[in-house]
Design a protein around this ligand. Structure first.
Ligand SMILES: [Zn+2]
Length: 121
């Protein structure tokens, strides 16, 4: 048996997420963030940094702020169909990195982390 961490609500219910993904893909709508400014979503491409116009699910209200938006749990926010919209990989990444420095080709944030030593003082 494979053990997987269940801490992240986005991945806690993979089956439902896949269903939502399939539904959004079938609807074939425009990106909810740029509203088609960058063109249609490339639904047939893999969702990664190499395909900035590929399809990802965007949470309109960030799951991390579930309390603020009145959800019962982070999972409730992640699974609320009304909170989901299709988006470009690129647009979603930019939105998600508002508070950090966006690195287009890696999707990683550059943050200054304090140096913490766990050795003896
Ligand atoms: Zn977009």
């Amino acid at each position: 048996m494979e053990k997987r961490p269940t801490g992240n609500p986005r991945y806690a219910n993979g089956a439902l997420r896949r269903k939502y993904r399939a539904r959004l893909r079938a609807m074939g709508g425009p990106c909810g963030i740029c509203h088609g400014r960058l063109g249609p979503i490339h639904y047939d491409e893999p969702s990664d940094a190499a395909h900035p116009l590929s399809f990802v699910i965007d949470e309109i209200k960030p799951v991390s702020k579930w309390r603020q938006f009145g959800y019962a749990s982070p999972r409730a926010a992640a699974e609320d169909w009304g909170n989901l919209q299709p988006a470009h990989y690129f647009c979603n990444a930019q939105k998600g990195n508002k508070t950090g420095v966006f690195v287009a080709d890696s999707g990683q944030k550059i943050t200054k982390s304090p140096k913490i030593s766990d050795g003896n003082w």
